[in-house]
Every structure is written in C-alpha cells, then in structure tokens.
Design a protein around this ligand. Structure first.
Ligand SMILES: Nc1ncnc2c1ncn2[C@@H]1O[C@H](COP(=O)(O)OP(=O)(O)O)[C@@H](O)[C@H]1O
Ligand SMILES: [Mg+2]
Length: 277
C-alpha cells in the first residue's frame, strides 16, 4: 500500500462533468453527461470504453484543453488550467507529435523550452536511459522505430516531473510484443515516480496489467458503468498475462465492453475524425 501522505502527486477529481459539442445546423451531442471520477493521489486508473464514448474528452478536460459545460475538474486544490500554465501536466497522446527535424534529445527537451526554463541535460539523459533510448540522443524521429518514438514521447511527457500523467492510447500504433515491452517499462516508471496517471486504452489486457483501477464507460454520453479494483500485486510481470485470474478478468471486462458497444447511438453527422468500420 502507498501512504498517500508520502505521495507528492495530487488526487484528481471530475465531479458531475457534462460536456456538449455543437454539431452542424444547431444540433449538439452530449459527449459526457454528469461524469464523475475520483482518483487517489498517485493512483493509476485506466479508462476503457467504446469509440466515441468520451474518453479523450475526459483527458482533454483534465489537461485543461477543454472546459466542462457543467461540473468541475480539480487536481488537488488546483484547476487543470492552473496546472497546465505551470507545466505540471505530462501529456502523451496517440499521435506522438515529435518534431521531425529535431533530435530525440531536443524533442524530449521541448517542454523546458515551452516553459521558458533552462534545459536540464542530466535529466534528459536519465529519462532517455529510463525509456531505453540511451545512445539515440542525436537521432531524428524518422530513424527510430514506432515503439522508440512512443518511448521518446513518454520521456517528453515525464521530463518536467509532472504532477499528473495523461496518456491517450499512447501505444495504439504498436505491435503486440512492442506494446507489452512498453507496458513493462511504463509500470517501472510509474513504480519509481508514483505520478497520478490516467490512461485511455482500448486494450483490455493493457488496462489490467498497468492500472490500480479500471473503469469501463458506456457508449455516448459516456458514464462509468463499471469500476474494477485490480487485484494483482506489483511489480506485475509477463507470466501474469497468462494466468487464469488474469484471463478471467479480461473476459469479464471484454464482455462489459461489448455491452457498452451495443448502447452506442449512431452519430447524426458524418463529420468525424475517425474512419468508420
Ligand atoms: N471538438 C469536437 N467537436 C464536436 N464533437 C466532438 C468534439 N470532440 C469530441 N466530439 C464528439 O464527442 C464524442 C466523444 O469524443 P471522444 O472523447 O473523442 O471519444 P473517444 O475518445 O472515447 O473515442 C464523440 O461523439 C465525438 O464525435
Ligand atoms: Mg479518443
């Protein structure tokens, strides 16, 4: 057990958050309807849910990139906007958005420049070693594999020692084996730093392997339909993935996700970033 008083990372709370988006011709869609989530300081929570149920909206609200129409988001005593301005949030989204012309070290150093702070080169070496990119400081993103670029993006998200880490399908583009390696590395990082972490994923085993709690959201408007405390001790290792208990929980959550999928209403507009299946 973690002693909450010893954790520097703050708790995180979404309290009855409603978020609507205006569509064409005055229509609107309710992405989140009275969505509440309470995270303890230093917790690792994974969010599962059907496509379009509002997962990214939750993360964007916590990142201060959007504001609720109703309800509140708080991180400790602060608002997301306050933390974002203070550069205390670490964000890694699926499209890792490394600068193609900059070296890996320069990409990881970017948050220092954005924050107007002196670059801590020691910290950058330390983090690149932590994510297994030692020796690639001077490489450009295109010279690295997809998995290496994702790791660079995670290093960048961690570089300013954020109070909160927000990961939106950060390993979505990776093959199965690379993804497992990334999960093990991410767990190692989290065990060392105990940063309050919110991970969106569509991968059930990934959620169960990494998180203390897995919440399952319904189809839009997204609500939490299940909140599971993950019973596995840490550090978790690959044999866990093959255990009966693990498979059992994967099956349960997959079944819940399938039910949530059936509840998804068809969007009234074709204006969407996602290619329909
Ligand atoms: N900026 C936006 N403008 C209009 N609709 C949006 C916008 N962002 C999200 N939505 C809609 O809100 C819903 C939830 O989106 P999102 O949070 O991206 O879902 P998820 O990440 O779970 O796939 C979807 O129906 C999406 O089309
Ligand atoms: Mg999303």
């Amino acid at each position: 057990m973690t002693d909450a008083s010893a954790v520097a990372s703050p708790p995180l709370r979404l309290d009855r958050v409603t978020r609507r988006f205006r569509l064409r011709r005055g229509a609107q869609t309710t992405a989140l309807d009275a969505f509440s989530l309470d995270m303890a300081a230093g917790a690792f929570v994974a969010i599962l849910g059907p496509s379009g149920c509002g997962k990214s909206t939750v993360l964007r609200l916590v990142a201060g990139l959007e504001t609720p129409d109703e309800g509140t988001v708080s991180i400790g005593q602060d608002t997301p906007a306050t933390l974002a301005r203070a550069h205390r949030l670490g964000v890694a989204f699926q499209d890792h958005a490394l600068l193609p012309w900059a070296t890996i070290a320069a990409n990881v150093a970017l948050p220092y420049r954005v924050a107007g702070r002196a670059v801590d080169h020691h910290r950058i070496s330390e983090l690149l070693a932590l994510v297994g990119l030692k020796g690639f400081e001077h490489a450009r993103p295109r010279q690295l594999s997809g998995g290496m670029r994702q790791r660079a993006a995670i290093a960048r998200a961690l570089v300013l020692r954020p109070d909160v880490l927000l990961l939106d399908e950060p390993f979505g583009a990776l093959d199965f084996i690379t993804r497992q390696q990334m999960n093990i590395e991410l767990q190692d990082i989290w065990l060392r730093q105990r940063t309050t972490t919110l991970l969106v994923t569509h991968d059930v085993p990934e959620a169960l392997f990494l998180a203390d709690r897995v919440v399952v959201m319904s189809g839009r408007p997204g609500r939490i339909i299940h909140d599971l405390t993950v019973p596995f001790s840490r550090p978790r290792t690959p044999p866990l993935l093959r255990s009966h208990d693990f498979h059992h929980l994967v099956d349960d959550l997959t079944e819940m996700l399938a039910q949530a999928h059936h509840g998804v209403d068809v969007p009234s507009t074709g204006a969407s970033r996602t290619a329909g299946a």
